[in-house]
Write a protein that binds this ligand. Sequence first.
Ligand SMILES: NC(=O)C1=CN([C@@H]2O[C@H](COP(=O)(O)OP(=O)(O)OC[C@H]3O[C@@H](n4cnc5c(N)ncnc54)[C@H](O)[C@@H]3O)[C@@H](O)[C@H]2O)C=CC1
Ligand SMILES: O=C(CO)COP(=O)(O)O
Length: 320
Amino acid sequence: MTIAVAGAGAFGTALAITLARAGRDVTIWGRDPEAMAEARQSGRMPRLAKAPLPDTLKITADAAIFGDARVVLLAVPAQKLGGFLSDHATALAGKPLVACCKGIDLATLTGPSGVIAQRVSSATAAILTGPSFADDIAIGLPTALTLACRDSAAGETLQEQLTTPTLRLYRTTDVAGAELGGALKNVIAIACGACIGAGLGQSARAALMTRGFAEMVRIATQLGAEADTLAGLSGLGDLALTCTSDLSRNYRYGVALGQGQSFDAGVTVEGAATALAMTQLGAQHGLDLPVTTVVNALVQGDQTVAEALQSLLSRPLKEE
Ligand SMILES: NC(=O)C1=CN([C@@H]2O[C@H](COP(=O)(O)OP(=O)(O)OC[C@H]3O[C@@H](n4cnc5c(N)ncnc54)[C@H](O)[C@@H]3O)[C@@H](O)[C@H]2O)C=CC1
Ligand SMILES: O=C(CO)COP(=O)(O)O
């Protein structure tokens, strides 16, 4: 059974490594033929150079592999997912497609499962999400993630196919909960980074994490998710990791915002576009999104950290 991993960035590479190491038949696809030839030669992928690629892992830039794959993991950034799926829609038709990206698509204001449904309607959409840095997975540290699929039988099969001795997958049919948890925690991580970067302290960060989590649950349940899913790996679990670690790009981006520094535009920071998408979606649905709104204003350069803080602290007093 061939597993294809689409996207040869840090996360796609980490997943391909753990699956290949567990004896699965895996091919990783990257869009740049030269980079893939170089990776075959060097045994390393540039975005995850720390970890050697197993000899059994196949590396290609030939999209023909998607037609042969039984399962395709989609590890391209959330804002690139729609374009990727349209480019390869024929080869991907009817397959289980597991979105490994975390974000809300700005063009459609939907999560990855909605993007899959729109672009490859015959596919079985699943989501793989939760607390895990690519480096940790790649070097074989223990990690636990959520695999969400509306079709519970298909979800069970994917859970077995994608679990490895060090990567433990839990299963749910709550796709909305899993993908919203993964997308929204990045926005809160930017807020927490900005808080620490601006020197506002760890007490303020704990408050932001907690009120941010309340906001995540409120948004997600209004959009059809189950609150329990948000309390699991894909929500609270990933929030805890991302808001407290400087290994997180979203957190580091927030720190840079808080310090008034620039940030490398080549780094994938999913929470920036998601803050904008959620602000737009919140306006459509009449949602109260105080943290997301200030993160979006910071990202867009419409507010300073001092103004963002003031707008959060001056909100009317309320019950917790
Ligand atoms: N790095 C990590 O620790 C984790 C990342 N994720 C998620 O995985 C997703 C991907 O992130 P990373 O791999 O870390 O990013 P990355 O920046 O390391 O790699 C992104 C890859 O996508 C490729 N790409 C971009 N546009 C493309 C397109 N149109 N077609 C084909 N390939 C394209 C790039 O060439 C690059 O290789 C994100 O949504 C992220 O939130 C999830 C868990 C952990
Ligand atoms: O999603 C992640 C950890 O679960 C990776 O976080 P960053 O995208 O912020 O690096």
